[in-house]
Design a protein around this ligand. Structure first.
Ligand SMILES: [Zn+2]
Length: 301
């Protein structure tokens, strides 16, 4: 023990001489372009930075009957979708994430980025091939329009729906005929996204599960995090906060009831969301949690 202690003292004494040379001061961070985030309901988001608009899982139709073939509600889309968009990223192909995206891609000219299942629904909806980007997970795409931005595709997992027994997984078939019902939108794999634009890094998690090793080391300044059904996942909130380096700002995601119309006034914060706020406060005390109101544009510092 004594020998080890002496060694530690020697190392500790030697280090100041080695670091005595003056260090150059770090370069100041580049100024950020103002950014706005808008919660569209369910797992839908709109990100605006300068001339860039990115949508994630935009879903406005919110039909009541999922057994019959489901058609996008063009009036609801026209009322809420932006006039233009650069990219629509889809977390997975379930109907409450994908239904409206092809119609929005056709209206806005946006690229539709998602799994092969997403591409098949897009193609069957009439989205031109040059607006379809098929991912496999792990891509890190650079885009040069709207001042330049990039999107990292993060392999992920779906929340434990069906009490861990039924995730409606599988792939959309190549010859899918539309419209189709709820069961016609299998998951097609699950993905998270890191969008880098205007000096910001925004992490989007569409459903409450993740692969820790795929998230570890990401350092977003904003994290949009699904909360519904997280109680089925071990230590969900703290593991995620830790892996993401305790991001300064978190927005709750996918917490409203996707089977009913969007609320017209902000509902009271649920017990489950209050529990999420408390979890973040306990394991990442420097993080601010925002429970977004539907369709309210929020400026992000
Ligand atoms: Zn889903």
């Amino acid at each position: 023990m004594l020998r080890v202690s002496c060694l530690l003292v020697l190392v500790a004494c030697a280090s100041p001489k080695e670091t005595a040379a003056p260090q150059p001061s770090p370069a100041p961070p580049a100024p950020r372009t103002p950014m706005a985030l808008t919660y569209l309901g369910v797992a839908g988001w709109q990100l605006d930075v300068g001339e860039l608009t990115v949508l994630v899982d935009p879903y406005f139709s919110r039909p009541a009957d999922f057994e019959r073939p489901i058609v996008p509600d063009e009036a609801a889309i026209a009322a809420r979708a932006p006039a233009k968009a650069n990219l629509i990223a889809i977390g997975h192909s379930h109907v409450d994430h994908l239904l409206d995206a092809p119609a929005i891609a056709k209206r806005t000219g946006a690229q539709l980025l998602g799994s092969l299942s997403t591409t098949r629904i897009g193609r069957a909806s009439g989205v031109p091939d040059d607006q379809l980007i098929t991912i496999q997970g792990g891509e890190d795409f650079a885009f040069d329009e709207a001042g330049g931005y990039s999107v990292r595709v993060i392999p992920s997992l779906h929340s434990a729906i069906g009490d861990k027994h039924d995730a409606l997984d599988g792939e959309v078939p190549p010859d899918v005929a539309l419209p189709t019902n709820f069961a016609g939108y299998p998951m097609g794999g699950a993905y998270a996204y890191l969008v880098r634009a205007g000096g910001h890094e925004v992490f989007f998690l569409s459903t409450a599960n993740f692969i820790e090793r795929e998230v570890e080391g990401l350092r977003p300044d904003v994290a949009v995090i699904a909360t519904g059904l997280r109680q089925h996942i071990h230590d969900y909130t703290c593991r995620l906060m830790r892996a993401l380096g305790n991001p300064p700002l978190v927005y709750a995601n996918h917490f409203d009831d996707w089977r009913v119309p969007a609320p017209t006034t902000p509902p009271p914060v649920s017990d489950d969301l209050n529990a999420f706020i408390a979890e973040v406060g306990r394991c990442s005390p420097g993080t601010r949690v925002v429970i977004p109101s539907h369709f309210q544009k929020m400026q992000v510092p």
